[in-house]
Design a protein around this ligand. Structure first.
Ligand SMILES: [Zn+2]
Length: 413
């Protein structure tokens, strides 16, 4: 039985890696000779070649990284590495929950430390080469330390709570744990901008001026009440620009990158803002939250099955324990998590189209289309990704698809 589970884990991981590599090769070959007409005016041949080479550089790095991580898992799996870390944690802590936290902490920290050279290369070699990088080594190190501390406090805390429930009532664990996770993710969705973002960035309410006036005029004409528009200092790390809508209930907010404001006209920013208001009006964040909560119930039920079979832990050569089961669960359900990822991307892309439609209905100008083209050039996004790659990996539709939809709204008027 145990050998079978091990075989399944190995097969799933290999298939996953093969599938991903195949998709990515397909994608990197999918660059037409010349820039598609619709964007050629702004996406110059020069920029197009640059975007292709940027995409290939990033692809190569991500292949290296995936291969390295896979090799690491196999080494741990076949050299008794998991068992060794398990015994090490047992020696460091006497209490069961503490042992689990130490075990998972060592694994997560070690894998992040081992992938540090790749992360460093990505920021200071690739992003630097294409003129995006603004991160200094000091910011990089500070970010790392802050994110480790945050994971230790939040992750350790929530794990401690869940494990306590597990040992107190194993039978109803999965249901209670689902309740705890739902409350936790609700709090995180609500307070993300208040608690997490300020650790890394500065957010300031949008100040008075031409842009604020333009936005207010737009809001008045369309009968929107606009509070909670913030500007974030994205320029601290990168020249890339973006905007997003976040939060739930009274904690909703629209966040514009300072880099977006710097490079776009007032009309374009108003159009981008109209898109974000679309997400807000159509309750996309709330919908996403309820969907993932429903999905989590299923995931917790599957976890419960793994927890009740000690053979699962044996597949990693470990004594049965909560953390051994969790690790097997994470490895064994990698195909499932890929399917969940695809599903959530399908929904997210639909939301993007809907928000674009909303923006068009309320602006009726080519400003959003112009902003999207500009964004894709400035960020050197791949304008022609392979449709299958998009299906699996893209949370936003590629720029040409969005333009096609926007142009369609314009002509059907
Ligand atoms: Zn959007």
């Amino acid at each position: 039985m145990e050998t079978w589970i091990t075989a399944f884990i190995v097969a799933f991981l290999l298939l996953n890696a093969l599938f991903d590599t195949w998709l990515s090769v397909l994608n990197s070959k999918h660059w037409p000779e010349s820039v598609p007409d619709r964007i050629a005016g702004v996406f110059t041949a020069d920029k197009y070649i640059k975007a292709r080479s940027y995409s290939r550089d990033r692809n190569r790095l991500s292949h290296f990284m995936s291969f390295f991580q896979l090799a690491l898992i196999f080494i741990l799996l076949f050299s008794g590495g998991f068992e060794f870390i398990d015994r090490l944690s047992a020696g460091l802590w006497s209490d069961q929950i503490g042992q689990s936290i130490v075990f998972l902490g060592i694994l997560l920290l070690a894998s992040d430390i081992l992938s540090l050279p790749f992360q460093w290369y990505s920021v200071f070699t690739i992003e630097e080469k294409y003129g995006f990088n603004k991160t200094t080594p000091k910011i990089f190190v500070a970010d790392k330390i802050k994110s480790w501390l945050m994971s230790a406090i939040l992750g350790g805390g929530i794990f401690w709570l869940l494990a306590s429930i597990y040992y107190a009532t194993p039978t109803y664990f999965w249901l209670l744990a689902w309740g705890v996770l739902t409350v936790f993710s609700l709090l995180m969705t609500m307070f993300y901008s208040n608690i997490i973002v300020p650790l890394f960035n500065r957010q300031t309410p949008l100040s008075e001026g031409e842009l604020r006036d333009g936005i207010e005029k737009f809001a008045q004409t369309n009968g929107f009440r606009l509070k909670n528009i913030y500007v974030i200092n994205g320029s601290k790390r990168s020249t890339k620009s973006n905007a997003y809508f976040t939060g739930i209930g009274p904690k909703k907010r629209i966040v514009l990158y300072d880099t977006l404001i710097e490079k776009h006209t007032t009309d374009e920013i108003v159009a981008v803002l109209a898109h974000e208001i679309g997400h807000f009006k159509m309750k996309h964040v709330t919908t996403g939250f309820f969907m993932s909560t429903a999905l989590n119930l299923g995931i917790m039920y599957l976890l419960n099955i793994v927890l009740t079979w000690p053979e699962f832990a044996g597949a990693l050569g470990m004594e049965p324990s909560l953390h051994a089961s969790l690790l097997v669960f994470a490895l064994l359900f990698s195909p499932l998590s890929m399917i969940i990822g695809i599903l959530s991307n399908v929904i997210s892309r639909r939301h993007e189209f809907a928000a674009d439609r909303f923006a068009w209905d309320h602006t009726q100008t080519p400003a959003l289309a112009d902003a999207l083209i500009k964004l894709s050039v400035d960020n050197l996004s791949n304008p022609t990704p392979h449709p299958w790659y998009v299906f699996v990996h893209y949370s936003h539709p590629p720029v040409l698809e969005r333009l096609r939809a926007l142009d369609g709204f314009g002509s059907s008027k």
